[in-house]
Write a protein that binds this ligand. Structure first.
Ligand code: FMN
Length: 346
């Protein structure tokens, strides 16, 4: 495994000389090749475990991959094998869609941050499910989250139709399902976090889940992923609705629209969602408030700006039960995963 980790450190300067999305695609393809050639296979066994139970799921460790890195679920085994306790893929929309015009992903190295406005570029539900079915990750005890969203062309008033299609499509293949209502790159998506909109979304999802649980003989946990750009009142509304509609957990948070931390930096004013360290404090506040409102037992997954074990621990101290990584992997490479697992043991 250290071979792979050193390779990333060596390759990083070359990757960072490329456009961010190109570098991302090359990295994923290389990781998949290394996995296919068995270079990285079977090494999980040597990694220390830190078993955590979340929503009735047994996680090998509480460090997960955040959604968006593998939008089509095409690299689950290769990514899982890096040492994650759980892997979340997507966001998938019912139909394939190209996303926004390129360039649409930018590195801000001075802040170790990214701005993206990808806009749910993905190959659609049918391809996503076919990819997920090919993966061995779940058979080997890995926990898989499938993250669903809406197509850009679906009017926001009909968003629920897309989420119902997503829920039904992924149900049989997921350990948990994430309802993503917090991407800033799909017009009006975040309005679904409002009281009336969220109620109108969660009620039909609740009914559909009951039917699916009967049909499949299995109750699949469902979580909602929220933004860091919410005030206290908005967080409290969400916290009151989640248990009412039997949502099993919450992921806090997605990327931010705030630019306070990147004023004056190259690319700092690009449109899209900002990720990395500038999100850390914002997401900590959301997590802490959710924990206060939801009580000690409610599952919270903390994400946003974890670039070291220190931030991982702060997420847990604020109230998260598990964490997810994305931008930290771009700046630190896969060594960050084990660093976080180790730190959370103590
Ligand atoms: C390039 C990129 C694409 C993303 N795509 C998605 C997505 O499709 N669905 C989603 O729920 N979150 C998506 N996210 C948000 C991440 O999952 C995560 O919530 C956010 O980046 C904060 O964590 P980080 O600072 O560790 O990256 C994306 C983030 C980035 C940087």
């Amino acid at each position: 495994m250290s071979f792979l980790f050193n390779t990333y450190s060596l390759a990083r300067p070359a990757l960072f000389s490329l456009d961010a999305e190109t570098a991302h695609d090359i990295t994923l393809r290389s990781l998949q090749k290394a996995y296919d050639c068995s270079l990285t296979r079977g090494l999980m066994a040597s990694q220390p475990e830190h078993t955590t139970t979340l929503m009735g799921l047994r996680l090998r460790n509480p460090v997960g991959l955040a959604a968006g890195l593998d939008k089509n679920g095409a690299h689950i085994d290769a990514l899982g094998n890096l040492g994650f306790g759980f892997v979340e893929v997507g966001t998938v929309t019912p139909l394939a869609q190209p996303g926004n015009p390129k360039p649409r992903m930018f590195r801000l190295p001075e802040a170790k941050a990214l701005i993206n406005r990808l806009g749910f570029n993905n190959q659609g539900l049918a391809t996503f499910i076919a990819n997920v079915q090919k993966s061995q990750w779940r058979q080997h005890g890995g926990i898989l989250g499938l993250n669903i969203g809406k197509n850009a062309a679906t009017p926001i008033e009909r968003a629920v139709d897309d989420y119902l299609l997503g829920l039904e499509g992924v149900y049989a293949h997921a350990d948990y399902i994430t309802v993503n209502i917090s991407s800033p790159n799909t017009q009006n998506l975040r309005t679904l976090q409002g009281q009336d909109e969220l109620t109108q979304l969660l009620l039909p999802l609740q009914e559909k889940r009951k039917a699916l649980a009967d049909q499949h003989g299995r109750k699949v946990p469902m979580v909602v992923k929220i933004a860091p750009d919410l005030n206290t009142e908005q967080i409290d509304v969400i916290a009151s609705l989640l248990p009412r509609y039997e949502v099993d957990g919450v992921i806090a948070t997605n990327t931010t629209l705030s630019r306070d931390a990147v004023q004056g930096l190259p690319h700092g004013q690009e449109a899209g969602g900002l990720s990395g360290p500038p999100v850390h404090a914002l997401s900590l506040e959301v997590i802490a408030r959710l924990r206060q409102q939801l009580g000690a037992a409610y599952p919270i997954i903390g994400v946003g700006g974890i670039l070291s074990s220190r931030q991982a621990k702060e997420k847990i101290s604020a109230g998260a039960n598990a964490i997810q990584l994305y931008t930290g992997l771009i700046y630190r490479g896969p060594a960050l995963i084990n660093e976080c697992v180790q730190a959370l043991k103590h």
